[in-house]
Ligand binder design. Structure first.
Ligand code: NAD
Length: 294
């Protein structure tokens, strides 16, 4: 693949290692983040205009749909005709469709391509991309997905990547809570956490939450639990994704009771307790400290 000029906007927990992997693969990467963060091998730019000017591809990795819309409005007007806009953030389906439409009307190609795999996947280049957009846009983006990830699924037209993502994260939110409450119960039953892990990680209760991102410190592979629950994937971002999935479920008239319950637990944790700024696996100390009376 020839060397591309890539503009990367949003160098946070996920964006920084993704941009660094593109630079490591030999592409010329310019980056911008309002917080002034940067990434290895990436040239820091002063503003969005400087990042997108002359870029063959612009990638965004931002906190939510309203920020994406603002950034896209600024970026699209300065991008060169025929360039590709890839949004990898997790946002609502409507913001994804709106951004693709705006890009296409400006003569650009667009893909919504949220990811799964967390910060480990972002640094290791092993993310899964779920993409929505035209076949032409997807095939142009695919070689970059190969660098940043291990799998890319073209899910359908614009917005389909986000639809797949919020369904995935509804499962993740519910399984993380189930994993944490099982550890909390095991504690109260006098079971050793390491033994719990040894059994469940190789039994039918296994999941990504247990096996790859264990919420118990000192147990399983290294995870945010081993770093005092510093994110990782912040509880408020999980709350956001669960909100997006319930919003979509309402729109589609789908019955999603476990997703709704996971949303209400993360809402309580983030808004009324001390969950804000902690990893979403910090649901374990929260549950472990409680009893059936609260
Ligand atoms: P983050 O908060 O660490 O990074 C977002 C970055 O965007 C921040 O550095 C912030 O300063 C920057 N930003 C905000 N507004 C900006 C603007 N106007 N211009 C330029 N930069 C701006 O979040 P993250 O964990 O990297 O997640 C990014 C996205 O990826 C979110 O949509 C999240 O839901 C999704 N995601 C995260 C994970 C994870 O494990 N962290 C996994 C999958 C998907």
């Amino acid at each position: 693949m020839s060397t591309l000029s890539i503009g990367f906007i949003g160098l946070g927990n996920m964006g920084a290692p993704m941009a660094a992997n593109l630079a490591k693969a030999g592409h010329s990467v310019k980056g911008f983040d309002v917080a002034g963060t940067t990434a290895e091998g990436v040239t820091q730019a002063d503003d969005i205009a400087a990042v997108v000017k002359d870029a063959d591809v612009v990638i965004t990795m931002l906190p939510n749909g309203s920020i994406l819309r603002q950034v896209a409005a600024q970026a699209i007007k300065d991008m060169k005709p025929g360039a590709l806009f890839i949004d990898c953030s997790t946002v609502d389906v409507e913001s994804a469709r709106n951004t693709s439409e705006a890009a296409e009307s400006a003569g650009l190609l667009a893909v919504d391509a949220p990811v799964s795999g967390g910060i480990g996947g972002a640094s290791g280049g092993t993310l899964t991309f779920m993409a929505g957009g035209t076949p032409e846009a997807f095939s142009k983006a695919a070689p970059l997905f190969e660098i940043m990830g291990q799998k890319a699924v073209h899910c359908g037209e614009a917005g389909s990547g986000q639809a797949a993502k919020i369904c995935n994260n509804m499962i993740l939110g519910a399984t993380m809570i189930a994993t944490c409450e099982a550890f909390a119960l095991a504690d109260k039953l006098g079971l050793d956490r390491q033994k719990m892990f040894d059994v469940v990680s190789t039994s039918s209760g296994y999941s990504w939450s247990m096996n790859a991102y264990c919420p118990a410190p000192g147990v399983g592979p290294t995870s945010p639990a081993d770093n005092d629950y510093q994110p990782g994937f912040a509880a408020e971002l999980m709350l956001k994704d669960l909100g997006l999935s319930q919003q979509a479920a309402e729109m589609a008239n789908a019955d999603t009771p476990m997703g709704a319950l996971a949303l209400s637990l993360y809402k309580q944790f983030v808004e009324d307790e001390d969950g804000l700024g902690k990893d979403f696996s910090a649901m374990l100390p929260r549950l472990a400290a409680r009893s059936r009376d609260g």
